[in-house]
Write a protein that binds this ligand. Structure first.
Ligand code: BES
Ligand code: ZN
Length: 884
């Protein structure tokens, strides 16, 4: 007996040594899988009861081995695989499945070498539902359980074993067994349903070729609103379109059902090709963060597509641009898919650009191009730091993929595409897009392939090299404009705020357009400096005509003065560009704080919300970090002196529908002034009015408060009425089935601005009866309040595991910036370093976030050092500032 077992131990350890040796020879692929094997089709059979903690699956994968193999690598994450069989060359063998990396790399060992050629792999397994939007996740809504999926970028491997890379596109044949009381949706239409053990089995048609990241299902007692999108010039057949939401939302499903088809038709017209899949569903989920373009089954955060008939402008805007964005992906991303994650930027930059374009055609009155420009400026803020990433960045490790979904990819990407679209002309640009789709339909392509397509249709050898200067390098160009008697001299350099040290000199090939009155002059600025002929006409020179460029500009004092004086009447995007450049000139140390304030006052007269408030957000940023405690009262007075009179002039009646008949821009202006006056200016009368309306509406009188002012009203009441109101608001949130109310309530609870209120808010946020996404959003909002910050940090530290539970892995690296962005001193830097040292690993990365957050703290400190006295002078006498 003893002898026997010794032999066994010996053989086992010999086997282990052999296995380890083999493993060492074949390093675990954390990036692309080796090209030994290629999948050609999947059959997914899932058993999903959303009320349970686990689901089970049977997955069969048809694949081709390129060469004989003893083992292969594939993906699978936290799956408990009980059986694996492989069919090859007529025989069926058992294989051994081992997850070899926590990111979800697995290894399949065969009992003998398999010959090259076709194989079928079958897996039996179980997995756990997630509680945040990753993999297969579930939530209880209105007392009933639902489940949805979120696979992108690399969470399909949490739902089924497979080859989880965008380059592998195959048909998926899905079937789902679920409780008889539920409905089931997947990418393709359902073809059969039958009663089965444990519920009903729903079979779906094989999909068009898809990558794993676009596979989706939804299970639950949903309400469904079905309609069709009629045929049009590019599509012969009607298209089935459904809106799917948790039970009881029917009244809020009508708007999406009526309006989304209009966006879809515009996309079809632009692409000149019909929608590429058999049906389209929009599914709403309270846990979804944003939206996901799964082929034929787009999942949205519920408030994005569940709108009341009198939905406020902001919600309509988000509905329009996010739906258009996700539908644009159906072509750009789903029909033609990036060959690898390195090119995912093009998917997102393109969809973002296209989403803005199409939604602004749909509702020109919503000022979507202005929103897009404001977003481009926020990308510039990040791009101006020394640490950053270019739009296009090589990805070799799957743990780096998440970093590609940032403001640079989306917001810089969209602005760069639109800058080159205007450079080339929209028609030629569109031809390039159409050519690209035709070349790669239902397949994969790289960004270089896209550039080839554009170059072919453009007949302009300058185009692609110029685009690359923006896509392959970081940084924001700043263009200096000097008027000389003979014309204009333009110079370019990289923009640096104080606190960011200049690196090596950089140049771009920049499509620069300048305007004076109705005259416009465009040039491709390829060198560090160039001269152009004078621009005739009256009035000041606008160095970023139409706000189309991804650059900032710098003028001499006299030209700034002229431009500031003219700014209230400039086109919205040009006025915004003036504001952005004045701010950035100040942040670089060249401009004065007086000029910033003078420009804020002048722009404050503009008729469009985003121009009128362009500089407000920068002042808010200063209040969050750079101003000292003693200066905050002066800040309130300053904001009130700028925006108070404007609100007084347009008037404020909080009652529901009071301004329903006004044009959208007039409504938008008032809506953006209210939070500035109430929260930043702390106007006592307006706050009183808002808090009273908030309390009355919570009490049940919904006529007293229009949704457009609700978030601000609730926030003011949280701050002024304190803990009892926070508790009442949280109760109302939990009871409410109105997604937008829940969102507003969470944001308002997150505006608790003292340690005492913040503690109460955190306690309620983590009481367990909110959706995980709501808890997360309260936490994120609290991080922005200077009076709550240290309380939040202490809470996060004391409850780290509980906090992580509500933050999907994908979002965790961002926590560094939520918690520390307000810092402005050496001491803050040290605190951050200490925190990061112990936490960064658990957050699963965030190195870049950390570097950027530290840099932001340094930028703030440098600005305070250089401009503190100037700022203090203005804040002590807010109405005295004049343009100098
Ligand atoms: N493909 C993304 C969703 C996504 C983002 C998946 C990051 C995985 C990682 C989708 O198309 C998207 O861009 N969604 C945005 C919404 C957007 C249009 C504002 C989002 O979720 O933030
Ligand atoms: Zn997208």
């Amino acid at each position: 007996m003893a002898r026997h077992s010794l032999i066994r131990v010996l053989t086992l350890s010999l086997l282990a040594v052999a296995w380890l040796a083999a493993a060492a020879q074949s390093e675990v692929p954390l990036g692309r899988l080796p090209d030994t094997v290629r999948p050609t089709g999947y059959r997914l059979e899932l058993s999903v009861d959303p009320a349970k903690l686990e689901f089970s699956g049977h997955t069969e994968i048809e694949a081709v081995l390129a060469k004989p193999a003893r083992f292969i690598f594939l993906h699978g994450r936290d799956l408990r695989v009980s059986t694996v069989q492989v069919q090859a060359g007529g025989s069926t063998l058992a294989a051994r499945y081992t997850q070899v990396d926590e990111s979800g790399v697995a290894r399949l060992d065969f009992p003998q070498e398999l010959p090259a050629g076709k194989v079928t792999l079958s897996f039996e397994y179980t997995g756990g539902f997630r509680t945040g939007a990753e993999g297969l996740f579930h939530a209880k809504v209105g007392g009933e359980w639902y489940a949805w999926t979120q696979m992108e970028p690399t969470d399909a491997r949490r739902v089924f074993p497979g080859f989880d890379e965008p380059g592998f596109k195959t048909p998926f044949t899905v079937s789902v067994t679920a409780p008889a009381s539920t409905k089931v949706f997947a990418n393709a239409p359902e073809v059969a349903a039958a009663t089965a053990v444990g519920g009903s089995v729903h079979r779906f048609a094989p999909t068009k070729p898809l990558p794993t990241y676009l596979v989706a299902i939804a299970v639950g007692p949903f309400d469904v609103l079905e309609t069709t999108v009629p045929p049009n010039a590019v599509r012969e057949k009607p298209l089935r379109f459904r809106v799917i939401a948790t039970r009881g939302q029917m009244p809020r499903m009508q708007l999406a059902a009526a309006e989304a088809p209009k966006l879809l038709e515009r996309l079809e017209a632009y692409f000149g090709r019909p929608y590429p899949f058999e049906k389209l569903d929009f599914a709403a989920s309270p846990l979804q963060d944003g939206a996901m373009e799964n082929a034929g089954l787009i999942v949205f955060q519920d408030a994005l597509i569940l709108l009341d008939p009198d939905a406020r402008l902001g919600q309509l805007r988000s509905f329009g641009d996010v739906s258009a964005h996700e539908m644009a992906h159906q072509w750009f991303g789903n029909l033609v898919t990036p060959a690898w994650w390195t090119d995912i930027w093009l998917n997102e930059s393109f969809a973002e650009w296209m989403g803005n374009k199409v939604s602004s055609q749909w509702r020109p009155d919503l000022d979507i191009p202005a929103v897009q420009l404001a977003e481009a400026f926020s990308a510039m803020e990040s791009d101006a730091l020394g640490h950053g990433r270019p739009i296009h960045q090589e990805i070799t490790d799957s743990r780096e993929i998440a970093s590609a979904f940032d403001e640079i990819t989306y917001l810089k990407g969209a602005q760069v595409l639109s800058m080159f679209e205007s450079y080339l002309g929209p028609e030629k640009f569109r031809e390039g897009v159409q050519l690209h789709l035709a070349r790669y339909a239902y397949g994969n392509a790289t960004a270089d392939d896209f550039f080839q397509s554009l170059a072919t249709s453009a007949h302009d050898p300058h185009l692609v090299p110029a685009m690359r200067t923006f896509i392959d390098q970081t940084g924001v160009p700043v263009i200096g404009v000097h008027e000389t008697p003979g014309g204009l001299t333009l110079t370019q350099a990289r923009y640096h705020p104080l606190g960011v040290s200049p690196g090596a000199p950089q140049t771009w090939k920049i499509p620069v357009c300048l305007s004076r009155g109705s005259n416009r002059s465009c040039t491709l600025l390829e060198t560090a400096s160039a001269s152009i002929p004078p621009i005739a006409g009256e009035g000041p020179l606008v160095p970023n005509a139409g706000g189309d460029g991804y650059y900032r500009f710098r003028l001499d004092a006299a030209s700034w003065r002229q431009l500031i004086a003219a700014s209230p009447k400039l086109p919205t995007r040009e006025a915004m560009a003036v504001g952005d450049s004045i701010w950035s000139d100040f942040a670089a140390g060249t401009g004065t704080f007086n000029r910033v304030v003078a420009a804020a006052r002048a722009l404050g007269e503009h008729s469009h919300a985003l121009a009128a408030t362009e500089l407000a957000q920068h002042l808010e940023g200063l209040a969050r970090s750079a101003f000292t405690e003693d200066e905050i009262a002066g800040y309130h007075r300053l904001m009130l002196s700028i925006y108070g009179p404007r609100l007084a002039a347009v008037g404020l009646d909080l009652r529901r529908g009071a301004y329903a008949a006004d044009p959208a821009p007039a409504q938008a202006l008032r809506q953006s002034l209210v939070p500035l006056v109430a929260l930043e200016g702390r106007d006592p009368a307006v706050r009183k009015q808002l808090a009273a309306a908030a309390a009355a509406s919570l009490g049940g009188d919904t006529r007293v408060l229009d949704d457009a002012f609700r978030e601000t009203a609730l926030a003011v009441a949280v701050q002024d009425r304190g803990v009892p109101f926070i508790a009442e608001l949280k109760e109302a949130l939990v009871k409410s089935s109105e997604p937008l109310f829940r969102e507003d309530a969470a944001a308002a609870i997150g505006s608790a601005d003292t340690p005492e209120l913040a503690s109460a808010a955190l306690k309620l946020a983590f009481s367990g009866d909110l959706q995980s996404s709501e808890t997360l959003s309260i936490l994120e909002f609290l991080g922005r309040e200077r009076g709550a910050r240290s309380t939040v940090l202490a809470f996060v530290d004391d409850n780290f595991a509980r906090v992580l539970h509500v933050v999907p892995g994908f979002v965790r690296p961002m926590m560094v910036s939520w918690l520390f962005n307000g810092g402005c001193s050496e001491e803050d830097l040290t605190k951050l370093d200490t925190w990061a040292r112990s936490r960064l690993k658990e957050l699963g990365g965030g190195g870049l976030e950390l570097a950027k957050t530290k840099e932001r703290i340094g930028v703030c400190a440098a600005l305070r050092k250089a401009k503190g006295t100037e700022m203090a002078a203005v804040l002590s006498s807010p109405t005295a500032a004049s343009p100098r």
